[in-house]
Design a protein around this ligand. Sequence first.
Ligand code: ATP
Ligand code: MG
Length: 308
Amino acid sequence: MNQAIGLEGMLRALAERHGRQPSGQDQAFGLASPPPPRKRCRAIAVAGGKGGVGKTTVSVNLGMALSMAGHEVILLDADMGLANIDVLLGLTPTRHIGHLLDGTCAIEDLLLPAPHGLKVVPAGSGTRRLAQLSNNEHAAVIRAFDDLVTPPDYLLVDTAAGVSDNVAMFAAAADDVVLVVCDEPASLTDAYAMLKVLSRDFGVRRFRMVANMVRNLGEAKQLHQKLARVSDRFLDVALEFMGMVPNDERLRQAIKRQSAVVDLWPSSRSGQAFKQLAGAVDTWGEPERLGLDRIAFFSRQAAVATGW
Ligand SMILES: Nc1ncnc2c1ncn2[C@@H]1O[C@H](COP(=O)(O)OP(=O)(O)OP(=O)(O)O)[C@@H](O)[C@H]1O
Ligand SMILES: [Mg+2]
C-alpha cells in the first residue's frame, strides 16, 4: 500500500475544497498547472447498529440498482472477519482486504466482477486478525481507494453490526451514512446509539434512513418519525427519510439463490423499492466532503496514541 499516494489524495481533496490557488512557491517547483481534477467518487456507508436488520441486503441491492442505472459502483464488504457479500452473490474470491494490508496485492487486484458491472471488494471471513484491525489499518483501507486509477461513481460500504471503531471509522470516512432500521425496539435503540456515537465522537451530522422489512410506505414513515423525534430532541443531527424496502418473500428466495433480487426479479416489490432507493441517491446534492478530513484527524489521533 502506497501511503504517500493516499495522503496526497487527502491533501488534494482539502486543496480542492478550499479552492486553493497555486502559490509562487508552487510555480518555482513547477506545480503551477496541476493535473485535471480526478473524477469525484461518492462514498456511502450502510450501517444500522443491530445485527440482521438488512445492511448487507440493502448494500448489495442498492449497489446493483445503481450499476443497472448506468453508474460505476464498487461495493466494499467492511464486515471484516465475517464477510458475506461474496456468499450473497455467489462469488468466489481468492484475495481479500487482508492481502491488501499485507502488501501482497493492490486495490485493483481485489475487484471481483458481479452482475451488471458491479464490482465487489471482499473482506475475508473467519479471520480474527481482520476483525481486530487497528485504527491505522482501517485508515489504510480507506486510503487505498485513493489509489484506484479509475475511481467509480459510488463506493458503497457495507458495515458490520455494532458501533465499534471498525464500523465508526468507515461510516465517518464516508460522504453519506445510510442507516438501515426495522420495526423492532432493539433496531431503534441501536440506530439511536449509532447516531449518538457518530455525531458526538466523529462529527457526522447528516444521516439518511431506510426502513427495512416494513409492510408499506406509511409504516416506514412512522418508523422514521419514531427515531427522528428522539434524535431531533437529544442529538445535533439531521435524519432524513430515504425510503423503504418491504418485507418480501421474493427477496428471501433471491438470497437462497445467491443473487440480488434487483437482478433476479427486478419487478418484485423489493426489486422496485431498491430501484427507487437508487433513484433517491441520484437526487442527493453535493456531499459535505468531510470524510477525508475526519480520517486525517483520526489517523493523527491514532499516530499519537501508538507513536506511529
Ligand atoms: N426486505 C426484506 N424482506 C425479507 N427478508 C429480509 C429483508 N431484508 C432482510 N431480510 C432477511 O434478513 C436477513 C438478514 O439480512 P442481512 O444479512 O442483510 O442483515 P445484516 O444487517 O447485514 O446482518 P449482519 O448484522 O449479520 O451483517 C436476510 O438473510 C433475509 O433473510
Ligand atoms: Mg451484514
